[in-house]
Design a protein around this ligand. Structure first.
Ligand SMILES: Cc1cc2nc3c(=O)[nH]c(=O)nc-3n(C[C@H](O)[C@H](O)[C@H](O)COP(=O)(O)OP(=O)(O)OC[C@H]3O[C@@H](n4cnc5c(N)ncnc54)[C@H](O)[C@@H]3O)c2cc1C
Length: 351
């Protein structure tokens, strides 16, 4: 009995140490000539895979904005050793099917031990397809990396944390929650110290590989100067209690004064007060700002799943028993239609 236990323990230890040297590929998203912060969070996450870890960043697209994003990638983060550039009009739009095939092509040559993407819609769209092509099982929504093959991820809408040991073959595919691996912009690397930029050989990538079931129609995005909801330091959220899109502008005015991003509950989105991209929660965006203010939000578990990691939570609700008060650091039991105008009056305008 004792002997068996010892063998088990020995096996466990040797398994945990099985990959001291790792090679990581980051699937990166870019916009306006810069790599997105969520992709740089994936680079941050890669640091936890092991001390001897080389990081390559894969960028795809076409035209001058790709070139600009490549130079940004090469100089913005000290951990990136190589930037791989897939330059083709097949990647002008980040469609999942050609991207997944690209990952397959790059993996054939690079033999990476890990492939990581942020767990936004870009990563969630591509990674499962790439995993199917590579015949491995992806691990999604990772919030902690305890070793090269040991990860923590939330389950039951964030009410429990599950530790997962990856026992499959390489590569190990992960999506990471960028709020758990924040990237803080640092001084750029000098030109002489920049990462190498290498073009991906797409000769084996056929026309058929670029064709999938999805096709690009158009892009509509909010033309706003407000910070991005996923990375904002302050988020002001409104719930169903706002009652109309017109009333919801109170939340927007408050956000403007505080230089904050606007969030909403699913009930507010479903009622048509604000667009879907502002939804915070299990089926919306995951946020972890320094300050989260919730107005007329009941605090359903699906909503808490998207904001409970916020540093300071302030809730305003007229029901003293609303579940949001269980996670709030500061609470006001009151009518938001009185509290918000008062806040708007007392807060100075943003300069
Ligand atoms: C599979 C699934 C996924 C989901 N995903 C999400 C998700 O990602 N995000 C999400 O938010 N929800 C999600 N939901 C929905 C979730 O369960 C709740 O229905 C939703 O969060 C409730 O939104 P709410 O708090 O705005 O509305 P309500 O639950 O109706 O709460 C309104 C609150 O406003 C208070 N109130 C009313 N009037 C005032 C006033 N004048 N002043 C102050 N307070 C007032 C009330 O006391 C109440 O607490 C999901 C549900 C399911 C089943």
């Amino acid at each position: 009995m004792a002997m068996r236990a010892m063998v088990g323990a020995f096996r466990k230890r040797s398994f945990a140490n099985r990959s001291l040297s790792t090679r990581t590929l980051i699937l990166a998203e870019h916009e306006g000539g810069s790599v997105k912060a969520s992709s740089l969070s994936a680079v941050e996450a890669a640091k936890f895979l092991g001390e001897d870890n080389s990081v390559s960043l894969l960028l795809a697209g076409s035209g001058p904005s790709l070139e600009e994003a490549a130079s940004h990638a090469a100089s913005c983060h000290p951990s990136i050793s190589q930037v791989l550039l897939a330059d083709s009009d097949k990647f002008t739009y980040p469609l999942a099917e050609p991207w997944a095939k690209l990952v397959h092509v790059v993996q054939q040559k690079g033999r990476y031990s890990h492939i990581i993407a942020g767990s936004g819609s870009f990563g969630k769209n591509i990674l499962p397809r790439a995993a199917a092509l590579l015949d491995v099982s992806p691990i999604t929504d990772v919030t902690e990396i305890s070793g090269s093959h040991l990860f923590v991820r939330p389950i039951y809408a964030g009410n429990a944390l599950c530790t997962v040991r990856y026992t499959g073959s390489d590569p190990c595919l992960l999506t990471i929650r960028s709020t758990s691996f924040p990237w803080v912009s640092i001084t750029s690397r000098s030109d002489s110290n920049a990462a190498l930029i290498e073009k991906v050989d797409l000769s084996t990538f056929s026309e058929d590989d670029a064709i999938g079931k999805s096709k690009y129609i158009s892009l509509s995005s909010q033309d706003t100067e407000r910070p991005d909801l996923g990375n904002a330091r302050v988020v002001i959220t409104g719930g169903r209690a706002l009652k109309s899109a017109e009333n919801f502008t109170m939340i927007e005015k408050l956000a403007e004064k505080l230089g904050a991003a606007v969030g909403a509950t699913r009930a507010a989105v479903d009622a048509g007060y604000v667009p879907n991209e502002l939804q915070v929660g299990q089926t919306g965006k995951i946020v972890a700002p320094e300050l989260y203010m919730a107005f007329g939000v009941s605090g359903a578990i699906q909503h808490l799943a998207g904001m409970r990691d916020s540093k300071v939570i302030v809730a305003v609700n007229k029901d003293a028993d609303a579940p949001i008060f269980q996670v709030a650091d500061y609470g006001i039991v009151g009518d938001l239609f009185k509290v918000i105008p008062e806040l708007l009056e007392k807060l100075p305008d943003k300069k």
